[in-house]
Design a protein. Structure first.
Length: 232
């Protein structure tokens, strides 16, 4: 039987989903609260991981070990790395990588985790397709893109930092958790997808735009996840 693990880093990224869930129990682990029950008729576990890659990786591993989830979805907000991807648009991951990983001295590419066997962690094609289809059904006012999501323990709000990430990794958006969730899912052979609504442009305007648009963007991403669940 399928059981979907849903991770959001911040409260506003999961509060809508938690409020609509028929919960059976809440388990606390590693200072995180895992809410287990059914959402839109589907077995699910919803959790706020906290911000950053370590929190996200710990959270994903707990979902695999303690709850035996069959799929993982990371929902939330991100900064755009492409001029055409605007605030409110959706990015669905094709793969994810760490933009702040640099172990080139041992002979791997920039962004590659040594001994991982791949530069970027590939998302599940079926989950990607469902996300795109569902977004087209419920949100015709915004564009949806499929592409690489890049993660690092930095809030990107500088044009020069943004330009380097674009040049090195050809990402579609940047955030702080997805690649760690992707890596944990990949190592555990659990299908995953990352769904991010754009809250800012990851440039000098980001500090101003993020607080204004994060709640609306997070709600858009969460609505898409809820719509997807029965179809997985």
């Amino acid at each position: 039987m399928k059981k979907i693990g849903i991770i959001g880093a911040m409260a506003q990224e999961v509060e809508r989903l938690k409020g609509r869930m028929e919960a059976r129990r809440t388990i606390s682990k590693a200072s995180m609260e895992f809410l287990e029950g059914t959402l839109n008729g589907t077995e699910a576990v919803i959790v706020q991981s906290g911000i950053g890659k370590v929190n996200a990786a710990i959270c994903a591993q707990i979902l695999c070990d303690l709850f035996a989830v069959t799929h993982i979805i990371n929902t939330g907000v991100a900064g755009s790395l492409k001029n055409e991807i605007n605030i409110g648009d959706i990015v669905v991951s094709t793969d994810a990588l760490h933009h702040d990983m640099d172990a080139r001295v041992v002979g791997v590419k920039l962004g590659e985790v040594p001994q991982a066997g791949c530069l970027a962690f590939p998302a599940d094609p079926h989950l990607q397709g469902l996300a795109v289809t569902c977004c087209q059904e419920i949100d015709t006012a915004h564009a949806i893109y499929q592409g690489r999501i890049v993660s690092g323990d930095q809030f990107i709000s500088d044009r020069q930092d943004k330009a380097k990430i674009i040049e090195n990794f050809q990402g579609f958006c940047v955030e702080m958790e997805g690649a760690s969730i992707a890596q944990a899912a990949y190592l555990n052979h659990v299908p995953f997808v990352i769904i991010r609504a754009i809250s800012d442009k990851a440039d000098d305007s980001a500090e101003m735009d993020f607080p204004l648009f994060e709640k609306e963007a997070a709600a858009r991403s969460a609505a898409l996840v809820e719509h997807m669940l029965p179809l997985i």
